[in-house]
Design a binder for this molecule. Structure first.
Ligand SMILES: Cc1ncc(COP(=O)(O)O)c(C=O)c1O
Length: 397
């Protein structure tokens, strides 16, 4: 079927984190939000039909995820979309990706162990390492030709005495899809130093450029200490339904993951709506994903063209992946605080500042483009209004 991603959907008054609680992050109400990463799109029709059918049943008892229908929907999706084979037994339910990452950190390392991750990085990666009493080792990605690259020599030194590497693949915020060469190099260094890899692949479906995403488990023949966490929640806009999964080929860790979730955390019943969202989403919604990705490509082109024409001190190239525009504002002659002040108070727009994602993201902006074009263009005009104000007045105060 054909989806209309141009439709403007009112999310206000629904306890929506992005729209209703924007003040928590930006200190002001009534901002147009491009912040937390969910989309403003309606979900695929097969999922909403299923949810309505289940809702009409009016019985929402304890519900089991550990069956062929749930697990094969995930393995089938990885086979179909990423040409990657995995066994059904490797798949376990988890309520959220960050729950999985947090638990895997505890299962795969000891307190005070070093855990390496890139910088800039999705901010919860920094806190999940430190809040689990591990030592955060940040690898600064190099700014290279408008993109970000790994410095493998420096990375190897950092891996020497580390236990774990926390990978975001594709990468939030800079939108990189790691190439086959980069993944092989990373894996070989980790194997050499006995460092296990957790790969968060929640952004895997939104492939904007030509490069294709490769799930980490495609390299299992090269190294067996690879652990994958993901979810359909970002792609299909269902994080509020609750549900995600891990794929753990290592039986010992799988058993320990199950022991923790079932016996210690008592996460025995899945959310019935979340379970169906995954099963239906991964078997009947490829057309939605393909059309949305095409729509997001066009959104990225709009951002590129707007910035090139209207905001020459900013620079932006469409990412390999994600619906997040990672905009370089390092040439702008104002501080991040001055930019944020103008964005919030003059433009009335909420765009994340790069420092949120580590000091190596300083003076970047992260704009969530998972929205109708009308909203996106409004947001870009607000960004321009704020920047024009700064250039005309010097600063706000
Ligand atoms: C890389 C990454 N991992 C995890 C999450 C959050 O996923 P969950 O809500 O399933 O923990 C996000 C959300 O922005 C993300 O960007």
């Amino acid at each position: 079927m054909n989806y209309n991603f141009d439709e403007m959907n009112d999310r206000l008054g629904t306890y929506c984190t992005q729209w209703d609680y924007i003040e928590d992050r930006f200190g002001e109400k009534d901002l147009l939000p491009f912040s937390i990463s969910d989309t403003d799109f309606k979900i695929p029709k097969p999922i909403s039909d299923k949810i309505q059918e289940v809702a009409k049943h009016e019985i929402y008892g304890y519900t089991r995820w550990n069956h062929h229908d749930f697990k094969s929907s995930i393995t089938g999706f990885f086979k179909r979309r990423f040409d990657t084979d995995m066994e059904e037994d490797w798949v376990l339910y988890s309520p959220s990706v960050m729950y999985s990452v947090s638990l895997l950190i505890r299962l795969l390392s000891e307190p005070k162990d070093k855990v390496v991750t890139f910088n800039p990085m999705y901010d919860s990666f920094f806190t999940v390492i430190e809040d689990n009493d591990r030592i955060l080792v940040s690898h600064d990605l190099k700014h290279e030709n408008g993109s970000f690259a790994i410095d493998f020599e420096e990375l190897e030194e950092q891996l020497e005495d580390a236990s774990l590497f926390l990978l975001c693949s594709p990468h939030n915020p800079c939108g990189r899809i790691w190439s086959d060469e980069e993944l092989r190099m990373l894996i070989s260094l980790c194997r050499k130093h006995g460092v296990k890899i957790i790969s968060d692949e929640i952004h895997m479906d939104i492939q904007i450029g030509k490069r294709r995403h490769t799930p980490i488990l495609k390299y299992l023949d090269e190294y067996d200490q690879l652990y994958l966490a993901s979810s359909c929640s970002k792609t299909l806009n269902v994080p509020g339904l609750i549900g995600s999964y891990v794929i753990l080929p290592d039986k010992t860790i799988r058993d320990r993951f199950l022991f923790q979730t079932r016996k210690k955390d008592f996460l025995n019943s899945v959310s019935i709506f979340g379970m169906y969202a995954t099963m239906v989403g991964y078997t009947k919604c490829d057309d939605y994903i393909d059309q949305m990705v095409e729509y997001l490509r066009e959104n990225m082109r709009i951002v590129e063209a707007f910035i090139a024409k209207e905001l020459p001190d900013l620079s932006f190239q469409a990412p390999d992946a994600t619906y997040l525009a990672w905009i370089d504002a390092r040439r702008v002659p104002f501080t991040s605080e001055q930019m944020q002040d103008a964005l919030v108070h003059v433009g009335k727009v909420a765009i994340m500042k790069g420092e949120t994602y580590g000091e190596n993201g300083e003076k970047y902006l992260r704009m969530n483009c998972g929205c109708p074009k009308e909203k996106l263009i409004d947001g870009l005009q607000r960004l321009k209004k704020a920047m024009d104000f700064l250039y005309s007045k010097g600063t706000m105060r």
